[in-house]
Ligand binder design. Structure first.
Ligand code: GLA
Ligand code: GLA
Length: 709
């Protein structure tokens, strides 16, 4: 046996915990949602990410006092401090962290500890250089940054087990430790080394059982890529001339997601065994969806994520962060979540990203998190680092610890959240509309967008924005989510689907739901193979249309007629719809298919299906479209919400808690359907709610007891 195979077999044997292909579409929602406020002793979780290891101990007490004054009861600690906790292999030092916790705890501040595996120590790379990632060109990376490890490397697994076990043993009964954040921003990078290849081959074997099945399902006869031995299966390395078989690429994406989940489970199993009473979470990344968050979060008690809205060009465009919040909430069946990194200052590594926002806007973004279901806010970070890559990534405080305007904004928010906690506790986001977010379709379309500027996320965003402009809450569903309660489900570009999802959407419509499908739906089966049925393939009968021709709109010149009197420019793609049982809603305006159907509606069972064959850059196009659909399915829309003002709703015992959030630098007026009580001032607001620049109003349907902070 040659050396290469000895290596990978050893790897294989020591990693009996190889990622298993996820059983997509079969998960059940958790029975009882985790209650974050209860977990924090009845207090809204409020705090910051804190790095005591990087500051003199003489600073800690001063920090804790300032934190307490700002209403903090929480910090996240330790997620990059592996080298300080294990300065030599197997030698541990937690004394410094014990002392830091003691100082913080004495000021009423408890912690979630990060397992520090996102940034392994230099000594580990020196001893085991192959824990570092090998990229798709076969280049092994070297030590120097973070998130540079191979999930299947047995030496990395052993090191992970050692540090996680030691931390869990040390802190399992610590009253100041509430739980654990596993790693940080798990997902990438993908490792293309021989150990990863063997792990992928084993994953394929578990999924397909026989090579005949794999060859048939991947269509490996194309270019004669048939495999006769599992060891022949490649990774999608960089090639000279072409990309890989899309079936292989999608399975590699799923393998990476499953491997990430399995690595999280590897840590979770240690923590659950040693410290079963402490809660588990992960710091996730919203729209960066290289991991199937829904699948991953089945292993966690609650979702946490990191939110940097200030990185947007247009700070009034609140829907970008809004959609990310809703993806994260949807990834755990709409259970309330936590912000583990809420933006506390302007970001930047080599350069600052974006421009400095009015300090008051940090408060508006924090309230946006709450409005979308956050029951905890932890800012990144307490103070800007003096050292390293993130010297420009602002904390609440700058390096000089001066009580700046961000500090006072954060402190004000902290006091208000104490006041609002009885109202917020037990409330959650309820939405009439769901947007279906398909990891398989996202990954498959990333690999084969079809048209250069096609963006899967943009398809979600266009519909999302239209509903939010109309003041309608939107949930984000994943393929396993229960859809039955929604009035409207939008499933944009459902490129890849399996029979379970087709059946679920069919049943949803037949039982009275309204489904919106868009171009590039029903194109591929679950193996990323193109259907041999007429498009939209498995959805053709449901939508009552056939597509015999389509036009990838490279020249961006098409237009659409029929949504009111305006003609809308359309782009990216035109499905030329041939209605069977469907009625035509709108037609194309130009070229050889002028007059042919672009949007149709079909009645199916008790429900209906809209098929939207194209995309527009006009927001009015989506406004018109959703008002047409919503009218039919009776989703009430609010009128006249000014641009740059968000209206978002939580509910408690059937009563609404309305957040009015002004991201603009101007005073605004928001007409509502009735007058509401302001939960912060106790006063009744007029029906035309006046909201000053960069302000927040929290309104309730009923009189609430005002609790003094
Ligand atoms: C060339 C090759 C064919 C096919 C086409 C389209 O003509 O000879 O095999 O690949 O390009 O890509
Ligand atoms: C992410 C990470 C943090 C920090 C910030 C800012 O959110 O989780 O550790 O690096 O970005 O760069």
């Amino acid at each position: 046996m040659n050396r290469w195979w000895t290596r990978v077999l050893c790897g294989l044997m020591s990693i009996c915990f190889l990622a298993a292909p996820a059983a997509h579409g079969q998960q059940k929602p958790a029975a009882r949602p985790f209650d974050l406020i209860e977990w924090n002793g009845g207090k809204f979780i409020y705090g910051a990410d804190y790095y005591p290891e990087a500051w003199p101990e003489s600073q800690w007490e001063k920090d804790a006092i300032m934190m307490q004054e700002a209403g903090f009861n929480f910090v996240r600690l330790g997620e990059f401090a592996w080298v300080k906790m294990e300065p030599q292999e197997g030698k541990f030092d937690f004394a410094w962290l014990d002392r830091a916790l003691k100082v913080l705890n004495a000021h009423g501040i408890r912690a979630v500890l990060g397992t520090p595996t996102a940034s392994p120590p230099a000594w580990l790379y020196a001893k085991y250089p192959d824990i570092a990632v090998m990229d798709a060109n076969g280049v092994r990376y070297r030590y120097g940054s973070r998130r540079n490890y191979c999930l299947h490397n047995p030496d990395f697994r052993a090191a992970t087990a050692r540090i996680v076990t030691a931390m869990a043993e040390h802190y399992k009964d610590h009253p100041g430790v509430m739980g654990w954040q596993i790693d940080n921003e798990l997902s990438d990078p993908k490792c293309y080394d021989p150990i990863s290849q063997v792990a992928f081959q084993a994953w394929c074997q578990r999924k397909y059982h026989t090579l005949d099945a794999l060859n048939a399902d991947w269509g490996t006869i194309f270019w004669g890529h048939t495999y006769y031995d599992w060891r022949e299966i490649p990774l999608p390395w960089n090639t000279l001339f072409s990309t890989y078989n899309p079936s292989l690429v999608l399975d590699f994406d799923r393998f990476q997601s499953d491997s990430t989940h399995e690595y999280l489970d590897f840590q979770a199993a240690i923590l659950r065994k040693i410290a079963p009473h402490q809660a588990l979470t992960e710091n996730e990344m919203g729209m960066f969806q290289e991991t199937d968050w829904y699948d991953l979060n089945r292993s966690l008690d609650f979702v946490s994520w990191d939110n940097y809205p200030m990185m947007q060009k247009d700070l009034t465009q609140y829907t970008l962060a809004g959609l990310a919040h809703d993806v994260m909430r949807g990834s755990k069946d709409n259970q309330n979540f936590m912000m583990m990194e809420q933006e506390g200052g302007l970001g930047g590594w080599a350069t600052y990203i974006g421009h400095q926002a009015a300090p008051a806007l940090y408060r508006v973004w924090a309230y946006q998190s709450v409005a979308h279901g956050a029951d905890g806010i932890c800012y990144f970070r307490w103070r800007t680092s003096r050292y390293g890559t993130e010297q420009y990534w602002e904390g609440i405080l700058d390096q000089d610890s001066y009580r700046n305007s961000r500090y006072f904004t954060v402190a004000q928010t902290g006091k208000e959240l104490v006041q609002l906690t009885p109202l917020l506790h037990g409330s959650k986001v309820v939405s009439p509309v769901a947007l279906l977010n398909s990891p398989d379709s996202r990954w498959a379309l990333q690999n084969q967008p079809g048209v250069e500027d096609f963006q899967y996320d943009q398809q979600l965003q266009d519909f999302y924005d239209a509903f939010r402009r109309a003041g309608v809450n939107v949930d984000v569903a994943f393929p396993p989510s229960d859809l039955s309660a929604y009035r409207i489900v939008v499933a944009p570009a459902l490129f890849v689907s399996d029979q379970a999802l087709v059946d679920k959407l069919t049943a949803y419509v037949k039982n009275g739901g309204t489904l919106i499908l868009t171009f590039r739906s029903g194109v591929k089966d679950e193996y990323n193979v193109v259907t041999d049925r007429t498009l939209p393939g498995p959805f053709a009968d449901l939508a009552g249309v056939a597509i015999h021709e389509f036009d990838p709109q490279m020249n961006e010149e098409q237009e659409l007629a029929g949504l009111g009197d305006a003609r809308f420019p359309t782009r990216c793609w035109s499905d030329i719809l041939d209605p069977a049982t469907a009625k035509v809603v709108a037609t194309y305006g130009k070229g050889y298919y002028a007059g042919k159907a672009a949007i149709t509606v079909n009645n199916a069972g008790k429900g209906s299906v809209y098929y939207v064959g194209t995309e527009s850059k006009s927001s009015l196009f989506y406004d018109r479209l959703i008002s047409l659909v919503a009218k039919k399915s009776l989703v009430a829309l609010s009128g006249n919400i000014p641009p740059g003002v968000e209206v978002a709703v939580r509910q408690k015992a059937g009563k609404r808690i309305i957040f009015v959030l002004n991201y603009t630098g101007a005073n605004q007026t928001v007409p509502l359907d009735q007058s509401y009580q302001n939960a912060l001032t106790g006063r009744m607001e007029t029906m035309d709610v006046q909201i000053p620049a960069y302000e927040v109003k929290v309104l309730t349907e009923q009189a609430v007891a005002i609790v003094s902070p």
